[in-house]
Ligand binder design. Structure first.
Ligand SMILES: Nc1ncnc2c1ncn2[C@@H]1O[C@H](COP(=O)(O)OP(=O)(O)OP(=O)(O)O)[C@@H](O)[C@H]1O
Ligand SMILES: [Mg+2]
Length: 315
């Protein structure tokens, strides 16, 4: 598989502040790559450099086989960018926003109208198509914004925090749309997020960015394995069952709650099944269970020694 994006030794400073401190990345074609980091980590700055909007101070960036510093136009022809802040014109209707994009891409009038209708349908905006975007909800605006990005039929799409501020349902529908871009259209997606859950759901690979450095890179499962604190809690009917369970499960610990024990685990299905199988072998069945998987805060705390919300603290 060839590389859609390759970044080597990327650096960027604003005055005294080092925003990106030597970043290396590689994103294979047709995959979803997620740059995960808290406020101020440097996510938007990275997207801006990779999409030719600002210049790097040092390092090399190849996007779609072209150098962002020397082949700007070729890069721009291959990519689409949905920024952190909407490019939607609120005074125009949804359809007019799309037609405007079609004009900017010099599509013939009829082709532009056909594409606008297709995108409105795909993004569930048919009913709202004739209303001004000012009347749209946050989720609708986000969908329109992404639809506008697709007008240029980009091979590589940058999405900067596509679901921040959306409710769980809108977030899910955005995830479906993003997945379909890769599965159905074969595009490559580079997305930034503050949510491990989102990276977990979508990304083939995740890089964790903190204070301008990549502090970890891997699949969601690999990242979670770096993090202690994941465990499965099992509740039993009585003290006898509890004691027997402790005896048969490795590293199980009785916790405060009644007849409950905790087994360290990555919280995955395979681990859960192994535990239940082992209990079953000894004729034990828990009366209840809960899976605790590490969240972004756990990952950050482990990898960086500080919580996600402490970004403004000086290094
Ligand atoms: N044009 C600029 N001039 C000066 N400083 C900047 C500029 N752009 C970004 N920064 C600084 O660079 C750092 C990283 O900003 P960036 O926007 O890349 O973070 P982010 O990870 O996208 O954060 P968020 O999650 O809040 O969007 C911040 O401390 C920010 O203040
Ligand atoms: Mg940002």
């Amino acid at each position: 598989m060839s590389s859609a994006i390759t970044v080597r030794g990327l650096r960027k400073s604003y005055g005294e502040q080092t925003v990106l401190d030597g970043i290396d990345l590689s994103v294979p074609e047709g995959t979803i790559f997620s740059l995960l980091g808290p406020n101020g980590a440097g996510k938007t700055t990275t997207v801006q450099i990779l999409s030719t909007l600002i210049d790097a101070d040092d390092g090399t960036v190849q996007v779609a086989g072209h150098d962002v510093a020397t082949e700007r136009t070729a890069v721009r022809g291959a990519i689409g960018v949905t920024g952190q802040f909407s490019a939607v014109d609120e005074l125009l209707t949804g359809r007019e926003n799309l037609l405007l994009m079609a004009d900017l891409h010099h599509l013939p009038r009829a082709e532009g109208r056909r594409l606008a209708d297709e995108l409105l349908a795909r993004f569930d905006l048919v009913e709202a198509a004739g209303r001004t975007a000012a009347t749209y909800s946050g989720g609708m605006t986000r969908r329109l914004d992404l639809a506008m990005t697709l007008v240029g039929a980009p091979r590589i799409i940058f999405l900067d925090e596509p679901t921040t501020g959306l409710d769980p349902r809108s977030r899910r529908s955005m995830w479906q749309i993003i997945r379909s871009l890769v599965d159905d259209d074969g595009v490559t997606v580079f997305l930034t997020t503050q949510y491990l859950e989102e990276a977990d759901e979508l990304a083939d690979r995740i890089a964790v960015l903190d204070h301008g450095r990549i502090v970890a890179e891997g699949t969601a499962a690999e990242l979670k394995r770096l993090v202690p604190g994941g465990h499965i809690r099992l509740r039993f009917a009585d003290a006898i069952a509890l004691d027997r369970a402790v005896a048969v499960l490795d590293s199980a610990q009785i916790v405060g709650e009644e007849f409950t024990l905790a087994v360290p685990s990555d919280g995955g299905v395979a681990a859960l099944r192994a535990i239940l199988d082992r209990l079953d072998l000894h004729d034990l069945e828990p009366s209840g269970l809960a899976v605790h998987t590490p969240n972004l805060d756990d990952v950050f705390l482990t990898l960086t020694g500080h919580a996600t919300d402490s970004k403004e603290t000086v290094r």
